[in-house]
Write a protein that binds this ligand. Structure first.
Ligand SMILES: [Zn+2]
Ligand SMILES: [Zn+2]
Length: 245
């Protein structure tokens, strides 16, 4: 028996002894049940072409107006709510690695149907070395790798490094996030020079991580950066202004 077959068999045995429970609703049977999968909240057809945040029709994006993002575009298939949030949290904080292929499949289906961007190299948002050692894996790296297997895109996690540990972004506002991340990333010129980069992360919040990573990639000679995440946090609807106002 090959290693892969043994692994699959062991998985079946483990599933039989400890049946998986849905990370969102807790129902036994699957890591994420069909019902919860069907309740993933898509960003929808009205979104900001730059940051990818959902917009009401005929509104412009206040999220972008104060920030000059160095990337060309950022997109995500889902809102960071309900099942998408539960899956990302289970992967990140509980190490439920079996969710990676499920999330990567959703992401590659979205890329195929909606994006098909012409890019040369796919790069995950890196973790600093200590954080990665602590967690044991980088969720964005795992998602990007599986995504590239599905799409056939070229993948190289060595192209971008996090050279300095930063505070957790949770609880910081947009400006504090930018300050916190400033100079935290460095890209490898020999790998990114004149390349169109596809940058992948699990969640986009204010866009400051994508912005800092993009700045490092461009500084190292990349020609453009496009960003893709599994989910994006919803925007405060009050911050959207109508085009008429
Ligand atoms: Zn469920
Ligand atoms: Zn925007």
């Amino acid at each position: 028996m090959t290693g892969e077959k043994i692994r699959k068999l062991l998985e079946k045995v483990v599933d039989w002894v400890y049946p998986p429970h849905c990370v969102n609703c807790g129902e036994p049977g699957a890591l994420i049940c069909e019902n919860c999968l069907s309740q993933l909240q898509p960003v929808g057809e009205h979104f900001c072409p730059t940051c990818g945040k959902p917009l009401k029709p005929r509104h412009f994006c206040r999220h972008c107006s104060g920030a000059e993002f160095p990337f060309q575009s950022s997109r995500a298939p889902y809102l960071y709510e309900g099942p998408a949030k539960a899956m990302i949290k289970a992967l990140k904080y509980k190490g439920t690695l079996a969710l990676v292929p499920i999330m990567a499949k959703k992401l590659s289906d979205f890329w195929r149907t909606n994006l098909q961007w012409d890019t040369d190299l796919t790069v995950p948002v890196p973790l600093a070395r200590d954080r990665k050692a602590q967690r044991g894996f980088n969720q964005s790296d795992l998602i990007a790798k599986a995504f590239c297997r599905n799409t056939g895109l070229k993948y190289d996690p060595r192209a971008l490094m996090k050279i300095r540990e930063t505070l957790q972004q949770v609880g910081l506002n947009a400006e504090e996030r930018r300050e916190n991340l400033s100079g935290a990333f460095a890209a490898e010129p020999s790998l990114v020079r004149e390349k169109r980069i596809l940058l992948i992360d699990d969640v986009m919040t204010t866009g400051s991580t994508f912005a800092e990573c993009s700045a490092a990639l461009l500084e190292a000679g990349a020609s453009t950066v496009m960003c893709l995440s599994v989910a994006t946090t919803p925007v405060d609807r009050g911050k959207q202004k109508t085009l008429d106002s």
